[in-house]
Every structure is written in C-alpha cells, then in structure tokens.
Write a protein that binds this ligand. Structure first.
Ligand SMILES: Nc1ncnc2c1ncn2[C@@H]1O[C@H](COP(=O)(O)OP(=O)(O)OP(=O)(O)O)[C@@H](O)[C@H]1O
Length: 246
C-alpha cells in the first residue's frame, strides 16, 4: 500500500457542486481516491454518476467545493493558475477524445509541444523514436485531420510517453475506435503504466476497465464499490446492477 502523501494522485474528501445547480445536491460527495506509482485505476458508474466531474476535479481543471487534491505532491487547491499550468504541462498528460491534438500542427510537432511550452526543444530523433513505438513514425508529418481516430489517440499517447508524466488522465480513450485500434491504444496505456505513470481513466466499456489494476465505482457522486482483477463479465454485470438501481 502506497502512503497517500507519496502517491502521484490523492483525492481526499472531495465534494463538488456546479454553480448553475448550487441549490441542488452536490455532484460529488466526500470522494476519497488514491492512485499510486504505476497504477491504473478505472472509474465506472451509471451515466450522470459524476465520473467526468471527478476526473476534472482530480486534474485540477475544476476547483473542488470541499476537500483536497494532491497532484504530484502539489496541493491543487492552494496552487496559483500559473503553478497549475506548469504542473499540467510538465507532470500531467491528457488523453481525452475532445481535446487531444492541436489541429494546425503535425504529429511530430504535437508530440514535441509540451516541452516547447517549457522552453525545451526535444530532439527530432527522440520524437521519431516515440512515434515509432506507437506505430506512427510514417505519419510524423501528418496533421490530425489527416489521421484516423485511433491514429490521433496514438499520437496523444506518444506525447504522454515522451513527457513521462507522473499522472495521465484519460476519458473514454477508446470510445470511437474499432477493436484493433482500441487494443493498440490500451497496450500503449499499459506501457505508460509500466513506465511508472499513474493512470486515472473514465470509461463505460467493461473490456477497457478489465485491463485496469483497480476499478472504482461511482453512484450519485459517491464511491460505492471497488474491484480488483475483475473479468469483463463481472464488470458488465456490476454496471448493469448499478444502472438498474438508479
Ligand atoms: N457543466 C455542468 N453544469 C451543471 N451540471 C453539470 C455540468 N456537467 C455535468 N453536470 C451534471 O453533473 C452530474 C454528473 O455529471 P458527469 O458528467 O460528471 O457524470 P458522468 O458519470 O461522467 O456521466 P456520463 O457517463 O453520462 O458521461 C450530472 O447530473 C450532470 O447533469
């Protein structure tokens, strides 16, 4: 068991209410969650249970209404916007379907981008080596609109691999992919985890969650269950039982 203060990600007693629904019940209630070095945690639960909100709070993209988030040793609630920007740029990776790559830049430029923001120019050789690892070296000069969904996700993961972030936040990383591309993306996530990165991933897909070390179940904004080493069938059955209970 990893001590909470040594974990790359620690969410402690976090609650969250959207301002537009301030009078209604919070969307997250007293959530506690720790992701250790080289640990892959999947968040599952019925639609509207608060998975995306939890991910955004954990990544410091939403300021929590109560509780604390420690990301790579930084108290997110006490950090300035500039500190948060640096943290996200240097220590955190995002694999989100919606905002993965900069459309105007080629694959190789996208992979080198976080370092450029930090004033570092990565060697082309290093970028091409990592693109090669994800099978995208031949497309190094292509822009995102010239790539398939799976190819774009692979470039996004190459960017995370090269930056060696402490934590990667992933939201439905295989959502729009065919099963072969999805398998490739999951294999790359596994490589990230082996490299020591902590991964927090929201997914609806039991096959994806079955690859994680641990599954955390949300219902009505609360953690109601945890599973380790679960089969796809067990996960699907548990999801169905929670959905029926909603
Ligand atoms: N920007 C927002 N403003 C107000 N309410 C919101 C906002 N975003 C989400 N909600 C509400 O907060 C609750 C949790 O939403 P969230 O998107 O976190 O759930 P989810 O488990 O990720 O859902 P899904 O599986 O459908 O993506 C829902 O009731 C949703 O309607």
């Amino acid at each position: 068991m990893i001590a909470v203060d040594a974990a790359p990600l620690a969410v402690s007693q976090v609650s969250y209410s959207y301002a537009s629904r301030a009078r209604s019940a919070p969307v997250l209630h007293d959530v506690d969650l720790t992701v250790g070095v080289g640990e892959w945690v999947a968040v599952m639960g019925p639609s509207g249970s608060g998975k995306s909100t939890l991910l955004l709070c954990a990544a410091g993209l939403l300021r929590t209404s109560a509780g604390a988030v420690t990301l790579d040793g930084v108290d997110v609630g006490g950090a300035s916007e500039a500190q948060l920007t640096r943290l996200r740029r240097d220590r955190v990776g995002f694999v989100f379907q919606e905002f993965n790559l900069v459309p105007a830049l080629t694959a190789e430029q996208n992979v080198g981008l976080p370092a450029r923001f930090g004033g570092i120019r990565r060697k082309r050789q290093e970028i091409h080596a990592v693109l090669d690892r994800v099978g995208m070296q031949p497309k190094a000069r292509s822009r995102p609109d010239e790539l398939s969904g799976g190819q774009r996700q692979r470039v996004a993961i190459a960017r995370a691999l090269v930056s060696r972030p402490a934590v990667v936040f992933a939201h439905e990383p295989t959502g729009s992919l065919d099963s072969k591309s999805a398998d490739q993306v999951l294999e790359l996530v596994h490589e990230l985890v082996q490299q020591g990165t902590a991964v927090l991933m929201v997914t609806h897909d039991p096959r994806v969650a079955a690859r994680a070390d641990r599954i955390v179940w949300l219902r009505d904004g609360r953690i109601v269950d945890e599973m380790t080493a679960a089969s796809t069938e067990d996960i699907a059955a548990h999801l169905a039982s929670l959905e029926d209970a909603v």
